[in-house]
Write a protein that binds this ligand. Structure first.
Ligand SMILES: [Zn+2]
Ligand SMILES: [Zn+2]
Length: 271
C-alpha cells in the first residue's frame, strides 16, 4: 500500500489504498489548497521525476534540496560535528543517491525539524538512518503520520549534541524551533532558522509571520518572544529555509533591528 504525499506541502500520510480526503496541514490558514483542489503523489513517483542536489555551504554544513522544486521548496541542512551529524529540517524526497551520500558522511545522529510545514517524509528519513526525529511537543497535533521514530521534545531549549541546541521560538507555530550551531560561521555561531525567522530577499533583515502564503502577521508579543528566545545566543550568520536566504554576518544585530522595524510597523511605541 502506498503512503500518499500531499503535492502542495509534501506531507506524507499513513499507508492507504486511496489518497486522504484532505490535507489538514494545507487546510490550516498557515498553508493553502490549490484552486483546482488538492493533488497527491507518492515517494515512488517522486523518485522517478525528481532528484536531490547536495551543496557544500560552509565547512561542516551542506544543503540538500530537490530539483525541480517540489511542494513548498525548502532545502534541508546537514550539520557535521565531531559528535555526529544532524539533519535540520526535512524534504519529501529521500532517494538512494541522497542516502548513500549521508551514509558516506557517517549517517545521522538525529533529525530535528523547525515546524510542521517541513515534516514531509520525516518518518522515512528517521527509519532509513535509525535516527530520532525531534519535533516540538506543542505541534504534536500536526503530525500526520505518527511513528515511534518521532520524539516530541518540550520546554524552551534542548541540547541535541555538543554545540547544537534547539531553541523553541514559537511565532509561526507554537512549537516553532530554530537550531543554534555554536561552531558555525567559523566558530562565530550560526542560527538555522527555517521560516520561524525568515530571511528577506535583500538579506539585510529577517521577518516573522503567522501565515506566509496568506500574509497574516504575528502579534507584537510573539515578535518579542521570537527575538527574545535567540537573544542569549551568539551567532553571526542565519541560514533560512531556501538556498539564497541567509544573513552572512552580524546576524544577531539583524534580528534585533528587524524586530524593532516590525514592531514600529505594528504601531508599537517601543521594541
Ligand atoms: Zn498539504
Ligand atoms: Zn511554514
Amino acid at each position: 500500500m502506498p503512503s500518499f504525499l500531499c503535492a502542495t506541502c509534501g506531507t506524507q500520510y499513513p499507508e492507504s489504498d486511496v489518497p486522504p480526503a484532505s490535507c489538514p496541514i494545507c487546510e490550516d490558514e498557515r498553508q493553502w489548497v490549490p484552486v483546482a483542489g488538492q493533488r497527491w503523489t507518492t515517494l515512488t513517483d517522486l523518485r522517478r521525476t525528481h532528484k536531490n542536489l547536495v551543496h557544500r555551504i560552509e565547512p561542516g554544513l551542506y544543503g540538500i534540496g530537490t530539483v525541480p522544486e517540489f511542494a513548498i521548496g525548502q532545502r534541508a541542512l546537514l550539520v557535521r560535528t565531531p559528535a555526529g551529524n544532524v539533519l535540520w529540517d526535512c524534504i519529501a524526497l529521500l532517494d538512494d543517491a541522497t542516502a548513500d551520500v549521508i551514509r558516506a558522511f557517517g549517517g545521522l545522529a538525529a533529525i530535528a525539524i523547525s515546524h510542521p510545514h517541513y515534516y514531509t517524509t520525516m518518518v522515512e528519513w528517521g527509519r532509513a538512518f535509525d535516527a530520532p526525529v525531534l519535533v516540538h511537543a506543542d505541534d504534536r497535533e500536526w503530525v500526520m503520520r505518527p511513528d515511534p521514530v518521532i520524539e516530541h521534545w518540550s520546554g524552551e531549549t534542548r541540547a541535541l549534541l555538543p554545540g547544537l541546541t534547539l531553541i523553541r521560538c514559537g511565532g509561526h507555530f507554537a512549537g516553532g524551533a530554530v537550531l543554534h550551531w555554536a561552531g558555525g560561521a567559523h566558530g562565530r555561531g550560526a542560527l538555522l532558522s527555517g521560516d520561524i525567522i525568515q530571511v528577506v530577499p535583500d538579506r539585510t533583515h529577517v521577518s516573522f509571520m503567522w501565515s506566509y502564503p496568506n500574509l497574516v502577521p504575528l502579534a507584537p508579543a510573539e515578535v518579542r518572544r521570537v527575538a527574545g528566545a535567540v537573544a542569549p545566543y551568539a551567532f553571526d550568520r542565519i541560514y533560512g529555509a531556501w538556498w539564497d536566504r541567509h544573513v552572512e554576518r552580524d546576524a544577531a544585530a539583524v534580528v534585533r533591528r528587524s524586530a524593532e522595524r516590525y514592531l514600529r510597523a505594528l504601531g508599537e511605541p517601543r521594541a
